[in-house]
Design a protein around this ligand. Structure first.
Ligand SMILES: Cc1ncc(COP(=O)(O)O)c(C=O)c1O
Length: 345
């Protein structure tokens, strides 16, 4: 479909490596509903080691992982305190309302990072007219803010507000390893203050599918049940978990290349567009957002023009296109994409 294009729509377009394909073909398999798939078990153990968590559960997608986390940690009728542009609010098809029957209270942020004071101020008092706060949720990296990174101090500050209020704390870490590599912060340090962390294996880590829900053992027993409820219980899922193991073992460090490519792309774009059309401060990992109104275009029209020149980008909002770097675009591709961008502008 996208042969011949430089595909910068998302890191979800990455294809498994040859090593992954071989590991998938050779994977030892069993029925995971009996806990007997050795490859899934190995993947889950590896995630626990990397995050310092007690237990992990392999699930088909990042959205399912997030929905299981919210379901496990919340109560119907409750309010989840989160960031106003987060994935839970905008990109999970209203699932939190359907699955967990919670409302999402989106707070403004600085580039996706909530302030502990704002979270504290959003805690509901014990008033029978108001909903109950049930969960604090953050996203790291923050996708809609530009792939921005939470510092460990910011995570711990918000986590401690949650802890003092006796609320659980959840991190959507679909791209946690991007945050970890960019900030040189071990993923386990980020995870230490969280009740549950979710991870995606199929984005920058390049597995074909699969995410992990990681947390305390007692919570993971509930998670197992809700995975079943959502139809995500797996049988010989080790056939894809095998690729996830390689993702965790050997694709994390190379994320730095994606970050360098995003920086190069952003700087190349910044040279030819009006000031403010691109915010270099937000280019912290593998994403670049460009405000197309600065060149009197819509995101869809701009993306179409790029496509005719061989570059794919996604319309991220009514004003911006998004470029995402990943292992299937090289630094040469990025130079070509900068050239195409200049021609199109
Ligand atoms: C922040 C974040 N969370 C979760 C997900 C998982 O979404 P999906 O299930 O569509 O892969 C994504 C995917 O892009 C994401 O960006």
């Amino acid at each position: 479909m996208t042969d011949g294009y430089i595909d910068l729509r998302s890191d979800t377009v990455t294809l498994p490596t040859d090593e992954m394909r071989r590991a998938m073909a050779d994977a030892e398999l069993g029925d995971d509903c009996y806990g007997e798939d050795p490859t899934i078990n190995r993947l889950q153990e590896l995630a626990c080691e990397m995050l310092g968590m007690e237990a992990a559960l392999f699930v088909p997608s990042g959205s399912m992982a997030n929905q299981i986390a919210v379901k496990v940690l919340s109560k119907p009728g409750g309010e989840v305190i989160c960031e106003e542009e987060c994935h839970l609010i905008h990109h999970e098809a209203g699932a939190c309302a359907m699955v967990s029957q919670v409302q999402l209270r989106g707070l403004p942020s600085r580039m996706g990072v909530l302030s502990a004071d704002d979270v504290h101020a959003a805690l509901r008092p014990p008033d029978p007219y108001q909903p109950r706060s049930v969960l604090v949720a953050i996203e790291n990296t923050h996708n809609a803010a530009g792939g921005t990174v939470w510092s460990l101090d910011d995570v711990e500050a918000v986590a401690s507000v949650a802890r003092e209020a006796r609320l659980p704390f959840f991190m959507d870490g679909a791209r946690l390893f991007n945050a970890s590599v960019a900030s040189d912060t071990p993923a386990r340090d980020y995870a230490a203050s969280c009740d549950i962390v979710t991870l995606s294996l199929y984005k920058g880590l390049a597995a074909p599918m699969g995410s992990l829900v990681c947390g305390r053992s007692d919570l993971m027993q509930d998670a197992w049940r809700y995975r079943r409820v959502l139809g995500g219980a797996l049988r010989q899922g080790g056939v894809v978990a095998a690729a996830g193991i390689i993702g965790l073992e050997s694709m994390v460090d190379r994320l730095a290349e994606d970050h360098a490519n995003a920086r190069r792309l952003a700087e190349g774009i910044a040279e030819v567009v009006p000031d403010g059309a691109i915010d270099l401060e937000r280019v912290q990992t593998n994403m670049v957002f460009f405000d197309t109104t600065s060149v009197n275009s819509s995101p869809a029209a701009f993306a179409d023009a790029l496509k005719t020149e061989g570059v794919l980008a996604g319309a991220a909002s009514s004003t911006a296109v998004r470029f995402v770097t990943h292992k299937d675009v090289s630094s040469d591709d990025i130079e070509k994409a900068v050239e195409v961008f200049r021609r199109v502008v």
